[in-house]
Design a protein around this ligand. Structure first.
Ligand code: WTA
Length: 660
């Protein structure tokens, strides 16, 4: 590989990396070992999904068997019909029953580092089981029952995993809210889910400072009257208010609880969790995931995408927050079911130094590392000396998720972190899909920097036009999934119409992902980006409308338009265009106030990178804001597209002029 090849654009990407020769040996075997095997398995899984998925499901425990594997009435899918199981049972009890009770299940590392290094806690399956049971009994003692939606707003502490598993155990769906969201984001989600119970922490450690989580919850409770009971874990010992009758300390509610709690036998289609995510319109929507299919899909994708080989001293580390789907599926559910210890790290990648992640990999001998392109770009910027200081030879498989990875970042990851010995699995999937959909299998698939390659087993992915016709190679179109898969979303909570409109209306009878894509001559998929008004900031989904609503809720702003723009680290940054009410001066002080206001309304991740004040926004005659033009302005490009419907050309001229 010479450097010239490096600068080729992704469109003409010709570098192909075969799985390393000694991959199987280094991993203790391989599940899918060649492209022939992959093709055979994929074909069989699509032709006979019943046989394929029931074989996988039979590796797990069920309390009652299914009468039918899948029942598909678009847009409604039911999997493992009439069966009963419990996901927590399959993550813990099943492995204890198989004799693995004393092996590590969860390894946690705190952010603060004392003289003896950071705090580390390891839970065996048996220990985790006991903690989960105690907390599950504590939840019950507060009146939480089957079907009650429990909101979880915590930092990355082991108790977060314990809380999630305890909810699953007693059949109370969880709704985890990312700890970086604000009080009003909590209130919106609590209202929508009608969630009466909330679990939080006093605070969370982030870059050496305390994020005051409980204070956000208190503020949220002034915006909604739904919260009846909260449980507060002490983590940072920061000062907090406790409201008598409503707030309970975690330590109190588990104090006298027995460490055994039976699993609720859940129906396959009982809700396991809700997870809110941004869409193009309105408030974030609650994506509904159910029990049986999600369990089976996260089990198989964890096993095959990462080639997890239990009994071969693996340590799996996914750096996502449990507040996102990646954390749900690949910190907790998928990995625990696979009998591989999952590592959870509390804090920031650059605390106390920019080598923290590499230090963690070296100390814990991490074998599987799963992170986001935005993090990789930040590491590149911080410099090669940081990974170079550490022994990363334990690594076997590297993963990425959340946004397209640029080939430069891919190559850096491959060379600097993988030392050219680790396959990179670029996994395309979504909150709605529950688990991986398009991804290489590390022992089989030749990888290409920037492409997520080929559909996972059982996944019928295609690039089509709006009539559903499959497009020839190298033509961009809509990315769809034509057949149901076990972990697909079952709905948008409380909004049937939105479920149908968003996912099953673009192309008749198929799931439309919201992304555009193309396939190359080898059939590899290349994700081109969102086709709706969702922007992907550092791999976090935000609706442009959410940010606009936050801006106009400030007194100064009359009208706002938000678009994505290329950003070196974040992938996509946020550009906001605002018209102001006459009483306000368009200056940097106001820019600062507006950024702080958006952070307050949604969370710091939604802060615009640039704010431009303008007298008017470019609109069509029918009054629609011309976002395409704004995107060009934000990128500093000349608009070459059709402008004939632009109401007032002078608006655009002014926006451009303002930039100089
Ligand atoms: C984007 C995260 C390119 C995509 C699991 C998708 C990706 C959205 C990739 C879902 C990838 C995710 N390559 N783009 N490997 N993975 N995306 O719901 O636009 O937070 O629709 O789920 O992220 O984001 P979400």
């Amino acid at each position: 590989m010479n450097e010239d090849q490096n600068i080729k654009s992704s469109l003409s990407e010709e570098r192909v990396f075969d799985p390393p020769q000694d991959f199987a040996e280094r991993c203790g075997g391989v599940w899918v070992d060649s492209m022939d095997t992959y093709r055979e398995l994929h074909k069989a899984s699509i032709e006979d999904p019943e046989n394929f998925w029931s074989t996988v499901a039979n590796e797990l425990d069920w309390f009652e068997p299914w009468t039918k594997v899948v029942d598909w009435n678009p847009p409604d899918a039911k999997w493992f019909v009439n069966a009963r199981t419990n996901v927590c049972h399959n993550c813990l009890d099943r492995l204890i029953n198989l004799g693995h009770g004393d092996e590590p299940a969860l390894i946690w590392e705190g952010e603060p580092s004392g003289d003896d290094g950071p705090e580390v806690k390891t839970y065996t399956y048996r220990e985790l089981h006991a903690e989960v049971c105690r907390f599950a009994n504590g939840l019950k003692s507060l009146g939480v029952g089957r079907g009650d939606i429990v909101t979880i707003y915590m930092g990355m502490v082991p108790e977060l995993t314990i809380a999630v598993l305890a909810c699953a155990r007693i059949g109370a769906p969880h709704s985890v809210i990312f700890g970086g969201f604000s009080a009003s984001a909590i209130a919106d989600r609590v209202e929508d889910a009608k969630s009466r119970f909330l679990i939080t922490c006093d605070g969370a450690w982030r870059r050496g400072a305390v994020v005051p989580l409980k204070a956000q919850v208190d503020q949220a409770a002034t915006m909604t009257d739904k919260i009846e009971t909260t449980i507060v874990l002490r983590r940072c010992d920061n000062e907090i208010d406790m409201r008598v009758g409503r707030d309970h300390f975690w330590s109190d509610i588990v104090a006298d609880q027995p460490d055994d709690c039976p699993c609720e036998p859940m129906a396959s289609e009982d809700m396991l969790f809700l997870l809110y995510t941004s869409g193009s319109t309105g408030k974030p929507k609650g994506i509904v995931h159910t029990t049986g299919g999600y369990m089976v899909h996260t089990y198989l994708t964890s096993r095959y995408t990462f080639n997890l080989r239990p009994g071969h001293s693996h340590v799996f580390w996914c750096t996502a927050d449990v507040g996102w789907i990646t954390g749900h599926s690949y910190i907790i559910y998928g990995i625990l079911q696979n009998h591989v210890p999952t590592l959870m790290y509390e804090g920031a990648p650059n605390h106390p130094e920019p080598d923290r992640f590499w230090d963690i990999i070296e100390r814990h001998k991490v074998t599987h590392f799963y992170t986001a392109p935005t993090a990789i770009r930040a590491f590149m910027k911080w410099g090669d000396e940081h990974p170079r200081k550490h022994d990363l030879s334990s690594l076997r498989v590297l993963g990425t998720v959340g946004e397209p990875i640029n080939p430069e970042a891919w190559m850096w990851y491959h060379r600097m972190i993988g030392r050219e010995q680790c396959p990179i699995v670029d996994t395309w999937w979504q909150t709605e899909t529950g688990g991986h959909m398009i991804t290489p299998l590390p022992g089989a698939t030749p990888t290409v920097p920037g492409s997520c390659t080929l559909p996972f087993l059982g996944i019928d992915a295609a690039v089509v036009d709006s009539t559903g016709r499959e497009l020839p190679p190298n033509e961009g179109g809509l990315l769809v999934i034509r057949k149901p898969w076990p972990s697909m979303l079952r709905g948008v909570y409380g909004d049937r119409q939105r479920f149908i409109d968003t996912y099953f209306s673009a192309v008749e009878g198929m799931y439309f992902a919201g992304d555009s894509a193309r396939r190359d001559d080898q059939g590899n998929f290349w994700i081109m980006g969102r086709m709706d008004d969702v922007i992907n900031v550092s791999g976090h989904r935000l609706g442009t409308m959410e940010v606009e609503s936050a801006l106009v809720s400030h007194d100064a702003v009359v009208e706002a338009a938000v678009v994505g723009m290329p950003h070196e680290i974040k992938g996509t940054g946020i550009a906001a265009f605002c018209t102001l009410s006459g009483d306000y001066t368009p200056d940097d002080a106001l820019r600062g106030q507006l950024r702080a206001h958006v952070a307050e309304e949604i969370g710091p991740i939604a802060k615009p990178d640039i704010i431009r004040f303008t007298d008017a926004l470019p609109k069509t005659r029918s009054g629609k804001i011309m976002r395409r033009l704004l995107r060009d302005v934000a990128e500093g490009k000349e608009s070459t597209g059709d402008m004939t419907t632009l109401e007032d050309f002078s608006v655009l001229a002014k926006l451009r002029g303002d930039q100089e």
